[in-house]
Design a protein around this ligand. Structure first.
Ligand code: 4AD
Ligand code: MG
Length: 436
């Protein structure tokens, strides 16, 4: 029984009204009113109402209708009928159904459940309308982001997950045993490998899961999240920001174009997203620090990194995402290029999303001098031996290089207007959550 037709095909008008069809799916809900019975059938691509009239359908199906409990899997035969008032514009005049597998006492009912219960049942929760909408938008975001880079001639360049070296500092590394007492770490970022790729292919993007043993229990933190990291040789910070804003503009446009229904299901106002057109404003760290020294609620002092609350204050000044560039050298990773006009600052940038969603992109220009890089590796207490391959990129044809990392779940949370990143990945991994 291979499915040949999906509900979305019907909604797209691919099959003429009156045609007899077979649909496979699950019972979203069902109700009876005397001689008519209604089944809301979902198949993952949509939900359609199937109406069974006494005398108008197979008698056995009519008699067995009450067995159609929530999430029972079924095969329905019926005729397509126009239904101008229904969400997709069509319904099914039911002829018969057969039960594939009965579902007894499905744990998630339309009543309210607490977040812990829902997270424990994540494998089932993803069938509900809201989760469905978020994960479809996530899929659209990934599709459009890849398309953005593919169309511009970038090479998809996968970086390893097991790495011998830290990229983003040593405080949040997940360590694993890697045969014969060797230690490996789960990657925090594919960037260093992306830089090797950029020197080989000119422009690449790394896309994969990344890991941070962050003991942060905030709505923005996961321990495993997906990062998209373009890297371009001979590009500087300004080019990097241009690339980032063009990409965000393109992704938002694609979601607006292709995922309207899902935005509606989430009650996300499209007008907010329609304003997200590049160019985005840019402010230097020093300017941001001046604002925060007046307005921060977290005791911000110039020289410090921003807290979540600080990012919200800065972003609230704009209705588009804002770039903060030129972070202090002292708080940035070893690979960040120092600003030639003031080495206390770096050629780095973060993109802060509006509405309190915080940093969705971090990146910048890379240090190209081997001497400066070695000095930084030592200052950061890192082992130069494990970075020797990375230093080769400076020994053999060093060049300016820039890139950034886009956090897929944070971008999804902002675009969907969802409070917590844990709803923006199929199975979230967090400080206190490793299952299901
Ligand atoms: O700013 P980050 O740490 O940058 C890097 O890792 C660079 N090496 C990227 C590069 O230049 N190629 O992380 C980049 C983005 C953040 O802006 C954020 O969106 C996301 O990754 N991110 C997280 N998302 C969810 N949970 C976490 N714990 C995250 N940490 C970072
Ligand atoms: Mg960052």
């Amino acid at each position: 029984m291979n499915p040949t037709l999906y509900i979305e095909d019907i909604f797209k008008g691919k099959v003429p009204s009156g045609e007899e069809v077979t649909l496979n799916g699950w019972v979203y809900n069902s109700r009876s009113s005397g001689k008519v019975k209604f089944l809301m059938l979902r198949d993952g691509t949509g939900t359609i109402q199937c109406v069974f009239f006494k005398g108008g359908c197979e008698e056995e199906s009519f008699l067995n209708f009450d067995k159609l409990t929530q999430e029972t899997s079924v095969t329905v035969k019926g005729k397509i009928a126009p239904a101008p008032k229904a969400p997709g514009g069509f319904e099914i005049s039911g002829l018969s159904f057969s039960i594939v597998s009965e579902a007894k006492d499905y744990p998630i009912s339309p009543k309210e459940h607490g977040p812990a219960f829902l997270q424990d049942h994540r494998h089932l929760w993803i069938r509900s309308k809201r989760q469905h909408a978020i994960l479809r938008i996530r899929s659209e975001i990934i599709h459009s982001a890849r398309k953005f880079f593919d169309d511009r001639g970038f090479v998809c360049f996968d970086a390893p997950i097991f790495t011998p070296n830290a990229c983003e500092g040593t405080t949040n590394l997940f360590e694993v045993n890697y045969f014969d007492d060797a230690k490996a770490y789960l990657t925090q970022s594919g960037q260093l490998y992306g830089e090797a790729g950029a020197k080989a292919f000119g422009k690449v993007y790394v896309f994969g899961p990344t890991f941070r043993a962050e003991k942060s229990k905030t709505r923005r933190h996961l321990t495993e999240f997906w990062m998209l990291e373009p890297e371009v040789a001979f590009m500087d910070l300004e080019g990097d920001m241009k690339l980032a804003e063009d990409m965000i503009g393109y992704i938002v446009e694609s979601v607006l174009k292709n995922r309207r229904t899902e935005l509606q299901d989430l009650e996300r106002d499209p007008a907010i997203l329609e304003k997200i057109i590049p160019p985005f404003p840019r402010i230097h760290y020093k300017e941001a620090a001046e604002i925060l020294e007046k307005e921060s609620k977290d005791n911000f002092k110039k020289g410090m990194d921003f807290g979540g609350g600080d990012e919200t204050i800065l972003a609230s000044k704009f209705d588009k995402p804002v770039f903060v560039h030129g972070f202090p050298t002292a708080i940035k990773a070893f690979y960040m290029k120092e600003d030639p006009s003031d080495p206390q600052y770096t050629c780095s940038m973060d993109l802060l999303a509006p509405e309190g969603y915080g940093e969705i992109i971090g990146g910048g220009q890379r240090e190209e001098s081997i001497e400066v890089l070695l000095k930084k590796i030592n200052e950061h207490g890192l082992d130069p031996k494990v970075f020797d391959w990375y230093l080769d990129l400076r020994r053999y044809g060093s060049s300016p290089s820039a890139g950034f990392g886009l956090g897929i779940e944070r971008l999804t949370a902002w675009i969907c207007g969802v409070e917590h990143v844990r709803e923006c990945i199929p199975f979230p991994r967090m400080l206190y959550r490793l299952s299901p």
